[in-house]
Every structure is written in C-alpha cells, then in structure tokens.
Design a protein. Structure first.
Length: 638
C-alpha cells in the first residue's frame, strides 16, 4: 500500500477527507462524487496516532488501508451471496476469482471510493437476496386459513420475521451506497429488475395454488422493496439538488459535444463499451476478457434454468452500465470505473464453469460410479486455468506504477534552497499534487502566480540567489540551462543558473504551458497505455492553454493572452468558465462583438452564471471586503 506515492485523485482524497465534515460536504456538492467516502476515511486523520507533518509512506499506507479492508470484505460477501443463491461451490469459486481479480486488487490499493462502492453494492445485493429468500420461505408455509385480513397478516409478517431485519439492512446499505457514488442508481435499477421478476414468478405460483391470494401474496416482495427504496430516496433528499445539477451539466455537455448521436448508430460503440467491463475480470487483453464473458453468458443460461429472476438481474447488472452512455447522452460515460460489477459478474462466471464442466462430463463418461470424481476433476481443472489467467493479470497490475510525486518532491526538497521557486506544470492541480509532498508548499506555484508576483519575487530571488525549478507531468523541452530528471510520471528541471528578468520569467512560464498543450494528446495516450490514468486529452490541452493565457493576462498583456484562450475553448467546447474568460479578454482588447458572442456561449453552457460583476462581488466577499461586495451587488440589482 505504500510502495507508490499517492496519485492525483488519491491526493484529492487525502486533502479533502482531512477537512471538517462541513467543508467536505461543501466540496462534494460541486464534485462528481457524494461525500460519504471522504467523511468515513476522514475520521482516521483525526486519530492521535496519525503521522504529523509532511505526508510520507506511512500516511500513504493509512489512506489506502480502508480500501484494502473493503476489498477483503467484498470477497467474503461474494462468497456468501454465491452460496445463498447457488450453493457453497459457486460461492467459493466466485470469491476466489474476486480475490485474484486484478482490478479489484487495483482499487483495493487506492485511496478512492471505488472499493467501498464495490463492497456496498455486493452487500446490498446479499441483503436483498436474504430478504427475498426468507420472505419466500415465509409465504410458502403460510396457511390459507387465517382469522386476519391479508393486509394485517402481511404487516405482522413484515415485522415479526427475520426478513424484516434483512430489509432494514438492505435499506441502510442502499442509502450508504447512494451517498458513496452516483452509480448506486445503476445498482438499484438492476435490483429492481430482479425483485420485479421475482414477484412475477411468485404471482404465477400463487395463482396456481390459490387464486384468492394472487395479487397480494405474489407482489408483496415488490411492495416491500418499493417501500425500502422510497425510504432511501427520502434519506437522499438533501442531496437531490446536487444530483439534478450534475445531471443537467452532463446533459448540457453531451449536447454541446453532439451527445451520442443516433442511438442505433451508437449501439456498436455500446457493445465495445462492454470491453472495459470485461477487462475487469483479468486486466490482460480482449481475448481473455471475452473468454470470461463467454462464461458469464453460459452462467446466465444455467441461472435461467435454476433461478430465472436472478438471471434477469445478472443480465441487467451488466447491460445497464453498458447502456449508460445512451441514457446520459454523454459518450464519456464509456470511461466509467466498472469495478462494482465484479462480485455478481464472477458469480455468473463460476456458474458458467459449473455448466461447462457438467456438459463435458456428460460427453466424456457414462460411468456413474466414477461420476463425482470425474466431474470434480473436470470442474476444477477448468477453474484452475481461469484462476491463473487472473493471477497473471495481477502481476500486470502490480507493474503499473503511479506518478511519483513523493519521489520528485523529496528530491527537490533535498536539492533546492529555501529561496528557490518551484514552477509547477499547467495540468489540473499539478501545483496541489506536488505541494502535498513538498515541505515548503508556499514556494510552489503555477506560471500565472509567478507572473502575478513579479517583479517583487524576481528581486527577492536576485538578492538571495534563488532559482526557478520546473516540475511537470509533461516532458519539458530540453534546455542547456536545466538538467532534466525523470521520476515516473513526473519531470523535474533543475536550474543551472538563476533568471531574474521579469519579462524572461513570464516567457519561461508561458512557453512551459505551450509545450504542455502540444504534448497533451501524446501524454494522455501514454498514460492510458500504462493503465494507471485515463486522462482526457482535450481537458489537458485546454488547461495548458488557459495557464498560458493567464500568464500573459496577469501582467496585462491581453493581446498575447487572446490566442491561447481561443485555442482553449476550441480544445474543450462547452466549458462555460473558459468562454467567460475569453469574453473578458475580448473586452480588454475592445473586441466587443467577440466578447458578446463568448458571453452568450458562457450563459448557454452555464445558465446559473450571473456575469463578470457578480464574479467580482463574490471575490470581494471571499476576501472579507463585505461592504464593497454589498455595494457592488446593490449596483447589479439596481
């Protein structure tokens, strides 16, 4: 857990989880994940034994430990779920396959919410299975003659039987899941298909036995499940505005980027979207993934003969995530992290292995005396083959290092002086990631901040002999004035001499950003090939151009800032803040028609934006200048 330093998203977890609960909730209200994971792991950072000072390997280990615990518990839950539905052998096989599933191990070693979400999804499914089974058993032994009306009998059984305990547990876990990841609604949808199919099947059976109880007894499971979901939705009420805002933003971005287009034309891409889901089973390559998928399909067939409602659930469990891009109108949904499908997916894979073994046994022998031994040999020989395929994938996952922010920061801390400035790269939050490990974070800044603090900081460095270091995730341009040192995923440019001319420092920062923009696509492809990151090259390029433009803008050179800003919105259309920035710059150079057009686009992509003056007023309020902020707000209203 401490072999690699935290990478970008994990550093976000460590930074924001360590804040107060109120700050965590405020942050996640504008994030892409709900707050529960941050709140849970944040409790750890407040224990007395937590390592103090600059983050280290020990603190990295502690941040990742909850995910490792969640991953181990998911193995146990998967074993129990498989055993409950299809017997001990299927449960043990699915659990062992999950224990060596490369992506499950990968997310079990990351300080992110994916392992927790996988655990809660599997746990809610287990409680639902136990509730349905216990409720079904209760209905089977219930007599036809009763002195109470059916409704009172139903209420009595709901609160007097063990099934009520499972329903309560299912409700609580579902609420926790909703507050862990927004994809919990996928889990609810698949489980709803299961409960509906189960209710329909019981209705048919009840109808054959006693027509007077068809409607009530047949649909009691669905009624109970609907009640639990209603409770979960009510418990989620405080977060509904945030969810609606996020969905509206996704829909807006999807429309700007052309959405998914014609659904029929997009279906082949949806089929290909199953690929990322399938790779979770082994982390190797498409051929092996499709072998696991074939076993999953065979498992669906076996389940169809033994438990049709659960077979329907298994189909929905994988189909809904694959169809999500069409449902959201956003093709970027193809890049979801699908670890949560693994427990149920591998149960069906184990069922498929069992079905193939039975088929081969029937083809190979008619000797009933040796049947059990022969079937055992066939079954576990097949299982061993797929187990070792997964184990080989684990080796690949263990050879996927993360960006070495810790190593880069430790090196610079040893070599740089306290008067030196570290110029961080232009990607999202490079400054934050490097500063997390660097003992003097106030000396780390992006190029626009350096330009903003000129000429004062140039004079300070000239007086103390300070130098400007460059740290970036992109490979910097070779320069005779710098020594290039590479840590995995991070480049450090060590200066050989100082530069104190403010104009030259601005140019160094702007060129630093420009080169990053040119490298964005190649860098994103290389990171995705490594399997650790899946960056969007468009946002990388747009961020680099924004940083370049800001470097010029803060020193008042709006003419030179205009071109990078134009490239920024072209690289990433639909970015409301980007268009607002471009519009303000157009006004600064007296290009009113272009400013109007950019402002209109900004409002189109973000209807809640109130304009430049409101932004200024909000900034004044943030700085504590409340009287000035109030005066500006009154002027806007008037």
């Amino acid at each position: 857990l401490a072999a690699d330093s935290l990478w970008g998203d994990e550093i976000f977890s460590a930074i924001f989880a360590a804040k107060s609960p109120a700050e965590v909730i405020a942050f996640t209200a504008s994030d892409i994940h709900p707050p529960l994971y941050y709140l849970l792991v944040g409790v750890m950072s407040r224990i007395p034994l937590w390592p103090q000072g600059t983050p280290s390997a020990a603190s990295d280990w502690l941040w990742r430990w909850p995910s490792a615990l969640a991953g181990v518990l998911t193995v146990a839950v998967t074993c129990r779920l498989g055993q409950t539905l299809f017997g001990r052998q299927v449960g043990l096989m699915a659990a062992l396959l999950l224990a060596v599933a490369p992506v499950a191990i990968k997310y079990g070693q990351e300080a992110r919410m994916h392992a927790l979400f996988m655990f809660l999804s599997a746990l809610s499914t287990l409680f639902l299975a136990l509730a349905l089974r216990r409720q079904g058993d209760t209905e089977k032994v219930r007599g036809k003659v009763t002195p109470f009306p059916p409704l009172l009998v139903w209420l009595r059984n709901r609160f007097a039987s063990l099934s009520s305990t499972f329903w309560i547990a299912y409700t609580l876990v579902t609420i926790a899941n909703l507050y862990t990841m927004y994809f919990a609604f996928i889990i609810i949808a698949a489980q709803g298909a299961w409960v509906l199919a189960e209710s329909y099947q019981r209705s048919a059976v009840s109808g054959q036995q006693d027509s007077s109880f068809v409607t009530f007894r047949g649909h009691s499971s669905f009624v109970t499940w609907s009640a639990t979901i209603l409770i979960a939705i009510l418990a989620y009420l405080p977060w509904w505005p945030t969810l609606i805002k996020l969905l509206a933003f996704r829909a807006k971005v999807g429309a700007v980027e052309g959405g998914v287009g014609n659904p029929l034309a997009f279906l082949p891409k949806v089929v290909l979207a199953i690929g990322p889901v399938l790779n979770l089973s082994n982390g190797l390559f498409g051929g092996v993934a499709w072998l696991f998928f074939a076993l999953y399909l065979i498992g669906l067939g076996v389940a169809w003969r033994r438990d049709r409602p659960f077979a329907i659930f298994g189909a929905a469990w994988l189909a809904i995530p694959a169809l999500l891009p069409i449902l959201l109108g956003d093709s970027r949904a193809l890049h979801l992290r699908y670890a949560f499908v693994l427990p149920v997916y591998l149960i069906f894979v184990s069922l498929g292995l069992e079905g193939i073994a039975a088929l081969l046994y029937r083809q190979m022998t008619n000797d009933k005396r040796q049947g059990t031994k022969t079937l055992f040999t066939i079954h576990y020989s097949l299982f061993t083959v797929f187990l070792f395929l997964s184990l080989f994938g684990v080796w690949i996952v263990y050879n996927q290092p993360k960006p070495d922010w810790r190593g880069a920061a430790n090196f610079v801390a040893e070599q740089a002086g306290p008067e030196d400035v570290i110029l961080a790269g232009p990607l999202w939050d490079d400054t934050r990631f490097f500063s997390y490990y660097y003992p003097c974070p106030d000396r780390v800044m992006p190029p626009p901040s350096l330009a903003f603090r000129l000429p004062g900081i140039a004079a300070e460095m000239a007086a103390t002999g300070g130098k400007v270091w460059l740290v970036s995730r992109h490979q910097p341009k070779a320069d005779e004035d710098y020594l290039r040192r590479q840590f995995y995923g991070v480049w450090v440019m060590e200066p050989l001499q100082g530069e104190y001319d403010p104009v030259q420092l601005v140019n160094i920062g702007a060129e630093f950003c420009k080169r990053a923009a040119r490298q964005a696509e190649d860098w994103a492809a290389a990171m995705e090939a490594d399997g650790v990151l899946n960056p969007d090259p468009r946002s990388s390029k747009a961020t680099a151009y924004l940083c370049q433009g800001d470097t010029y803008a803060v020193v008042g050179d709006y003419e030179r800032a205009l071109k990078p800003y134009q490239k920024m919105v072209k690289a990433f259309p639909g970015w409301a803040d980007g268009y607002a920035t471009l519009a303000k710059t157009c006004l600064a150079v007296d290009n009113v028609p272009s400013a109007v057009e950019a402002f209109q686009l900004a409002v189109q992509y973000n209807p809640n934006w109130q304009g430049v003056s409101a932004d200024h007023a909000a900034q004044l309020a943030t700085e504590g200048r409340l009287d000035d902020a109030a005066a500006l707000y009154r002027k806007i209203v008037d």
